[in-house]
Design a protein around this ligand. Structure first.
Ligand SMILES: *Cc1c(COP(=O)(O)O)cnc(C)c1O
Length: 353
């Protein structure tokens, strides 16, 4: 048998997640991964690298609980929110039997993680306005254990109607988890569902330090849920999911000063987003600029593939969403610095319609 043939069938068939980093590109304007455009400096305060780290570092858990307005027992910290997605699937879905459900267009890791573990994927397409198609979801819940709802949704940028999420939570009570992926919630903090945890034992909220906290390189994310869910995830998590330097920096980023700095960054991004939206709307190559509650903007272009390629060749790297259902002609642009926005606008102005 070849090495290829030794691998699991579902792994051989798997298309890996096309992360912004894997797609490469040679640029100086990186607007394809929804990162914060500039780096925040930290000093390490822990020098005990001879010791194994805490599995769930107390300072990180307590700071995050305080920030999110939940109890420490309702917080799990992991190697990015992406690991949270994996842990939920591993703890709740029986391979070859159970399924996860999500509504495209949405974040790509839900399907990649499920496929990796041999768990079936059910994709109930979003409605024309990218809201949940509740009747079709209701008809497709057989065997579904985990439902992923990204709000605000990546890559469309809009919030999912909270009343619909309530209906979904009621519909699935005692049957499935509803996972609200709030990776971008810092850009619209009033919309969080964390306050609903008391009401819904089947609600899970995913968070990350990768976006508004400007720490994508740290790899640190959070799962908020009731204790029963957290205890199950704790059974399948690695013994030392976070390295000591990661825990050290995360605790600093989540201290009051770090939270204030994050809020200032968010305010700055919202100003830049307004600037970029207004400028995009004046361009002839732009067909539609969609409302965004996040640090990225989804834009429909008259000739998106040519524009994507042309900007790529000029070192301006955007994210092509053209292949996602209902997103033909769409590119996603991360809100960067004013200078970066200006580069994008100037390049788009030079495009032929
Ligand atoms: C960026 C992102 C994540 C991943 O966050 P990490 O903490 O970097 O793993 C999860 N969900 C959505 C919707 C994202 O955009």
């Amino acid at each position: 048998m070849s090495i290829e043939e030794l691998a699991r069938e579902n792994v051989r068939r798997l298309t890996p997640y096309q992360s912004a980093r894997r797609l490469g590109g040679n640029g100086d304007v990186w607007l394809n991964a929804n990162e914060f455009p500039t780096a925040v400096a930290f000093d390490l305060s822990q020098q005990t690298l001879n010791r194994y780290p805490e599995c769930q570092p107390k300072a990180v858990i307590e700071n995050y609980a305080q920030y999110a307005g939940v109890k420490p027992e309702q917080v799990l910290v992991s190697r990015g929110a992406d690991e949270g997605i994996e842990l939920l699937i591993r703890a709740f879905c029986e391979p070859g039997k159970d399924a996860v459900l999500y509504c495209q267009p949405t974040y790509g890791m839900y399907s990649v993680s499920a496929e990796t573990f041999g768990v079936a994927c059910r994709n109930v397409l979003a409605l024309d306005d990218w809201q949940l198609d509740l009747p079709t979801i209701a008809d497709n819940l057989d065997g579904v254990k985990v439902i992923f709802v990204c709000s605000p949704n990546n890559p469309t940028g809009q919030l999912i109607n909270p009343q619909d999420i309530r209906t979904l939570l009621e519909m699935t009570r005692g049957k499935a988890l509803v996972v609200a992926d709030e990776a971008y919630i810092e850009f619209c903090p009033q919309a969080t569902l964390a306050g609903w945890l008391e009401e819904y034992p089947n609600l899970v909220v995913l968070r990350t330090l990768s976006k508004a906290f400007a720490l994508a390189g740290l790899r640190c994310g959070f799962t908020l849920a009731n204790k029963e869910v957290i205890d199950l995830l704790m059974k399948v998590i690695a013994p030392y999911p976070l390295s000591t330097p990661v825990a050290d920096i995360a605790a600093q980023a989540l201290a009051p000063q770090g939270i204030n700095a994050m809020r200032e960054r968010v305010a700055q991004i919202l100003v830049e987003r307004q600037y970029l939206v207004s400028a995009l709307k004046t361009l002839p190559c732009v067909e539609q600029v969609f409302e965004s509650e996040t640090n990225y903007i989804l834009v429909r272009f008259t000739a998106s593939s040519a524009i994507f390629k042309s900007l790529w060749d000029q070192g301006i790297i955007l994210r092509d969403q053209n292949k996602q259902p209902s997103l033909s002609g769409c590119l996603r642009i991360t809100v960067g610095t004013r200078e970066e926005s200006q580069h994008v606008i100037d390049a788009l102005k030079a495009e032929k319609v």
